[in-house]
Design a protein around this ligand. Structure first.
Ligand SMILES: [Zn+2]
Length: 270
């Protein structure tokens, strides 16, 4: 998290130095502004055949070239990849502190990848596309689908990246659980979300609680459900009785669920 924080702060400082103050932030435009006689920065779209490479950054202290795979079908993922590579150029290549060549695939571009250099680039991507000062006025800070989608729509990011950005700014316990065709796929959590998440398929009851995630406006509502439906209730001497859930159905049979809890969800201890 520290590496990610460092990355997003660096991105926000860069935007401020360059005078970017409106959304959406376009990584290519940022590159054009950074490009100077001192550091030559070139941005190119390139159709890599393999999905294994989403983006590349290569250079030395005099300049760098960024390649982004133009075959990435989703605009949010494309933007995030581009911003991630700008992060390598600004944080790693320009100051010549590490290697000078980066090949980044889906592994490097997830928050689970445990390399501090990649974490910094991911933090940079989040901060560049969703700078704190510009996204704070967009929502009331409540982590719900309406607000996550509002950030996505204004910043041209993905729902997942927008959720992660909200949890890094508003530090309450929240998790996003992803199912594909009803089967557990993966999850992301905020730092303060402590219980262990079930890796079980969606029950028919859970499927019925899904909203249409492709609607223009998503819901701010949560269902109060039994904690055991989603997590292992006991952790650190506490026991959660209830948990708040909000699920949306998306294309390709994906289901995304936000889980949250507060003091009211804990069982009274004798
Ligand atoms: Zn990378």
């Amino acid at each position: 998290m520290i590496a990610e924080q460092k990355g997003s702060t660096e991105a926000e400082d860069t935007l401020e130095d360059l005078g970017f103050d409106t959304l959406p932030i376009n990584p290519e435009t940022v590159c054009n502004e950074i490009n100077s006689d001192d550091f030559n920065l070139i941005f190119e779209h390139k159709p890599f055949n393999s999905e294994a490479i989403l983006g590349k950054a290569i250079g030395n202290e005099k300049g760098a070239v960024i390649y982004v795979n133009s075959n990435i079908p989703d605009k949010g993922r494309l933007n995030y990849t581009a911003a991630h590579e700008v992060g390598h150029a600004c944080m790693h290549i320009m100051p010549s502190i590490t290697q000078q060549s980066f090949n980044c695939g889906s592994k490097e571009l997830t928050d689970q990848f445990n390399d501090p250099i990649e974490k910094e680039a991911n933090g940079f991507a989040s901060g560049l596309l969703m700078p704190k000062q510009l996204i704070k006025p967009l929502t009331d800070g409540d982590i719900n689908w309406f607000n996550v989608k509002t950030i996505k729509d204004n910043c041209f990011t993905s729902l997942e990246a927008s959720f992660r950005r909200m949890t890094s700014i508003y530090k309450e316990p929240a998790a996003m659980v992803i199912h594909k065709s009803g089967q557990f796929y993966r999850f992301v959590t905020s730092k303060s979300f402590e219980p262990y998440i079930n890796r079980s398929p969606l029950s028919s009851e859970q499927k019925e609680l899904c909203y249409d995630g492709l609607a223009d406006n998503l819901s701010t509502d949560f269902e109060t459900v039994d904690a055991i439906d989603w997590i292992t209730p006991e952790f650190k001497g506490n026991k959660l009785e209830a948990i708040y859930s909000s699920s949306i159905a998306l294309k390709n049979d994906f289901t995304y669920t936000i889980l949250r809890y507060d003091d009211d969800c804990f069982e009274e201890m004798e």
